[in-house]
Design a protein around this ligand. Structure first.
Ligand SMILES: Nc1ncnc2c1ncn2[C@@H]1O[C@H](COP(=O)(O)OP(=O)(O)O)[C@@H](O)[C@H]1O
Ligand SMILES: [Mg+2]
Length: 503
């Protein structure tokens, strides 16, 4: 099935999300779609899947114009959107989720679970998906849940599959497996749209690349024709540096000193097992590890939002093991949380309110019991501009921002004050190259100005580029150390340590 978008324009009030977009999607081909946060990629795909009605333009399927009047129309025409895991019902099995919402008309009329299970097995075999139809969703890792979403659209006979940033939630191994599936789908003649921020991914998997900027297609090319640097420039509209510029390593005194730290999960299993390390001023320490090896609990414990079972945390020589999150914040510890919706923002507050979420009691903003809203708004406008938070106004509620812009807002808030220790969990997750470049250079500034910086990231390239020293966590322990005169920070060796191999 071939698809043609012609002159698609989509507005949200004043915002023009798509402006006169022409795009073709072909059977047996992976179309890679690149664009910075807010470029209009998701909007375009939502138009294509029938969720949004375009204000102008038309969609043609195999040359014939079609009209979509609702979200069901896209899939009925064979266009399937592969959603992230949150569209699945956790307490249902794979097969139950797959049949959920299939309308009792047409060929799928007398659908029973037995038939569904058989069909899931068949889809499994055709595309090498290897998903147990009887497994409960809540017991499956994110990578497998994503395959269930793929099965869901294939079950509904989709010929066009749209993947909107599918790799954002995957580990490197899961990305490799995901690409195998994408190749199998392409072999089978499906038309595929793959959206990502990651240039190396698009260069690896796409047959053709379209770049979207500010709602318009600004270029089309083949992967062999452009380097990652050229693609980055097309995306952002200015030259971008993909390298981190780093001044020489001259560490100062120890600022954060962690001794024998032990942390339990909610179910009392060991998350962090007797870990000791320190971070000095003028130093970036990176924590590398496959997700689920204790990094999240460690960061939360350091920020004061996770209970500690044993050991001590000292900051500037003072014991802060029992100090509250607010007390730590006031001492100059900044925290960019991993889960911004849980620990970072109040989604139905405005950007301005969120910018002072953990400092509203500060003299700068409070006059006794009254808030100085002019000061708050001024500061919010300044931070938003500096970190390129794209929004119609600072009075917009945070849940109306795209994920990337929410992330920039949290980073702006945490980095735009006097800090001594910066704890950053996945600081650039979901961000485009332009924003990543900016945040990386701000992290380096923080180090050069004398901050101690602790970074956790699942992007190994990022950890290596930013860190002076790298600690590898595996099953709650620090199993290896790289850099700063010790073992060189070799990507392959770090990867092996992350997998638990003895070096
Ligand atoms: N439902 C919506 N209401 C208002 N504005 C929206 C909505 N969806 C997207 N936008 C705006 O449209 C623009 C494009 O967003 P989006 O398509 O999500 O970009 P991308 O997927 O490339 O990051 C952004 O400025 C975004 O804030
Ligand atoms: Mg998007």
């Amino acid at each position: 099935m071939d698809i043609e978008l012609r002159g698609i324009t989509k507005r949200f009030g004043e915002v023009v999300a798509n402006s006169g977009v022409n795009l073709s999607i072909r059977a047996g081909e992976v179309l890679g779609l690149l664009g910075e946060n807010g470029a209009g990629k998701s909007t375009m795909m939502n138009v294509l899947s029938g969720l949004y009605r375009p204000d102008e333009g038309e969609i043609l399927i195999d040359g014939k114009p079609v009209q979509f009047n609702g979200p069901g129309d896209g899939i009925r025409a064979g266009i399937g959107m592969v959603h992230q895991h949150f569209m699945l019902v956790p307490v249902f099995t794979v097969a139950e989720n797959v049949v959920l919402g299939v309308e009792p008309t047409g060929p799928l009329d007398s659908l029973d679970l037995k038939t569904a299970r058989a069909q899931v097995r068949e889809i499994n075999e055709t595309y090498g998906l290897e998903v147990d139809p009887d497994a409960l969703i809540e017991n499956l890792p994110v990578g497998i849940q994503q395959r269930v979403e793929i099965i869901k659209v294939l079950f509904r006979s989709a010929d066009v599959l749209i993947f909107d940033e599918p790799t954002a939630v995957l580990t490197p191994q899961e990305v490799t497996d995901f690409f195998k599936i994408v190749r199998a789908l392409r072999e089978a003649g499906k038309a595929l749209v793959f959206i990502t921020h990651k240039l190396h991914e698009i260069l690896e998997i796409a047959d053709r690349i379209n770049v979207l900027r500010a709602g318009q297609i600004v270029g089309e090319c083949l992967p062999g024709e452009k380097t990652d640097l050229e693609l980055a420039e097309m995306m952002v509209g200015r030259p971008v540096s993909l390298e981190v510029e780093k001044k020489p390593y001259e560490p100062g005194e120890v600022l954060l000193d962690v001794k024998d730290l032990t942390i339990l999960r909610e179910d009392d299993s060991l998350a962090v097992d007797d870990v000791s390390f320190s971070v000095r001023r003028h130093e970036v320490v990176g924590i590398a590890g496959v997700q689920g090896n204790g990094q999240s609990a460690l960061v939360e414990a350091l920020a004061g939002v996770h209970r500690i079972a044993g050991g001590t945390i000292a900051f500037e020589g003072k014991d802060i093991t029992r100090a509250s999150a607010r007390a730590r914040h006031q001492m100059g510890i900044a925290h960019i949380p991993e889960d911004r919706l849980k620990n970072g923002v109040v989604a139905n507050f405005s950007i301005a309110e969120n910018m002072v979420l953990n400092s509203y009691y500060d003299d700068r903003y409070s006059r006794g019991v009254m808030m100085d809203w002019n000061a708050v708004n001024e500061r919010a406008a300044e931070y938003s501009a500096a970190f390129d938070v794209r929004t119609p106004s600072i009075f917009e509620t945070v849940n109306h921002l795209s994920g990337g812009n929410q992330q920039k807002m949290v980073v702006a808030r945490e980095m735009s004050r006097d800090t001594k220790l910066l704890i950053a969990a996945h600081p650039t997750r979901g961000l485009d190259v332009g924003s990543i470049e900016y945040i990386h250079s701000r992290l380096m500034d923080a180090r050069d100005e004398g901050n101690a910086v602790l970074i956790v990231s699942s992007e190994l390239d990022e950890v290596i580029a930013l860190s002076d020293r790298i600690l590898v966590m595996f099953k709650g322990k620090i199993v290896a150390q790289f850099g700063a005169g010790g073992r060189p920070a070799d990507k392959n060796d770090i990867g092996l340590a992350m997998a638990g191999a003895a070096l």
